[in-house]
Design a protein around this ligand. Structure first.
Ligand code: PMV
Length: 397
């Protein structure tokens, strides 16, 4: 049989879904640009895929003439460094017999990838974490990759590695490709995870923001504060955060989350030239959160029982982590009162929350006190979600 003989071959077609994650201890800055080794470890909550997910279908074939990536219906360039790096690691670690034992190794096998998000593009949410996680997870199933997929997802987008698991997930900084990986701290069925409710406040914003990759690079080059953050502040905070999660201590969780978001944005402000991701509405939401916590949780001895924590990524949207359902509904009622736009209210229609939230409207109108002057048009969209599971295979043909 000639070496050159071709064998037409098409792999199974696999469809997977992956979640979005939102960090409570932030990743900001790389130690190694090529391999995405971060300056510090980070930790995030995995959001519920019923509300936010990426869906990706992959298939390989000798009949395909090129690798192809369709993203939300649009053909994208696969010849980027990140995608090529992911492809290379997947192929190098492939154990699927159809690939490793193919008769003619010279014969090219291309992959077709089709990826969509279940959340509206209009919401303006970054999808690189769920997107790269889903791409790597799906290719990992197809090529039967046995090594840690979180390390390969990290090569696509750093934060994507944390979407590989449900619940609360740490990305251990490590020192090389193998050791810089995601580990689950508590799963989605832990009592703490089950209690957590999340509101994503999508803030109206026309400004084009500094992309996180570039912003990080600039901060690494110019911010002295970032050096202290990476060497002293975050290592201690990571330990405290892991302890808080394991002890189901929402108070410490909330305090650490807000402190770390403030710290990341302080490093951005300390960058030359300064980077400002948060806008007026972001700051107004911070103030509403502070007033809400004080009103619901301030004790006689002036200590605090936190009910909610804010956190901000590389943009103005606020992500709020709540202690329980009741505090979430109360805060939803506040948003409803202070941001009465139709688009905002339309997102409260999800039952049973829409009905339950109404119980607190009078409280929000008459009893909740804030001094902040809210820009009523500042909020575009609110998404209510919970902590959820990691990626999964949903179809194999
Ligand atoms: O993974 P990237 O390159 O999109 O970086 C994301 C960084 C932040 O979202 C700002 C923080 C984080 O830890 O997710």
């Amino acid at each position: 049989m000639s070496q050159q003989q071709t064998h037409s071959f098409t792999s199974p077609k696999i469809t997977c879904t992956s979640p979005v994650n939102i960090a409570v201890i932030k990743y900001w800055g790389k130690e190694n640009e090529e391999e995405h080794i971060p300056l510090n470890s980070s930790l995030s909550g995995t959001l519920n895929q019923d509300d936010l997910k990426t869906i990706t279908t992959v298939q390989a074939s000798t009949d395909f003439t090129e690798d192809e990536l369709i993203l939300n219906g649009k053909k994208e360039d696969v010849n980027t460094k990140r995608i090529q790096r992911v492809f290379r690691y997947i192929r190098e670690n492939a154990t699927a017999k159809w690939y490793t034992e193919r008769p003619n190794k010279e014969q090219e096998i291309h992959v077709h990838i089709n990826s969509t998000n279940n959340f509206p593009t209009a919401a303006g949410l970054a999808s690189s974490a769920s997107g790269y996680c889903c791409l790597v997870f799906a290719l990992g199933q197809l090529f039967e990759v046995k090594s840690d997929l979180s390390t390969i997802a990290r090569l696509g987008s750093g934060s994507a590695c944390r979407s590989m698991y449900g619940g609360y997930v740490a990305w251990e900084k490590g020192h090389d490709h193998e050791s810089s990986k995601a580990v689950q701290i508590i799963d989605e069925n832990d009592e703490f995870s089950k209690q957590t409710n999340i509101l994503i406040c999508v803030v109206s914003d026309k400004q084009k923001h500094t992309p996180s990759t570039y912003g990080m690079e600039q901060s690494v080059k110019t911010s002295k504060l970032l050096k202290t953050r990476a060497s002293e502040i975050v290592p201690k905070r990571m330990e405290e955060m892991i302890k808080a999660l394991k002890e189901r201590d929402f108070n410490s969780f909330a305090k650490l989350t807000m402190d770390d978001s403030d710290c990341m944005h302080a490093c951005c402000a300390d960058t030359v030239p300064p980077i400002h991701y948060m806008n007026e509405t972001s700051n107004q939401i911070v103030q509403l959160v502070k007033d809400f916590n004080e009103q619901l949780g301030k004790k006689e001895d002036n200590t605090m029982d936190y009910h909610v924590a804010y956190t901000f990524d590389a943009g103005p949207n606020a992500v709020l982590y709540f202690k329980d359902v009741e505090s979430t509904l109360k805060f939803l009622a506040i948003l409803h009162v202070y941001y009465p736009a139709d688009e905002v209210s339309s997102f409260f229609s999800k039952e049973p929350y829409a009905t339950d939230m109404k119980k607190y409207l009078d409280w929000a109108k008459n009893e909740f006190k804030t001094t902040v002057a809210v820009d009523a048009n500042g909020l575009k969209y609110v998404i209510h979600t919970t902590i959820g599971r990691g990626p999964e295979v949903v179809d194999r043909q």
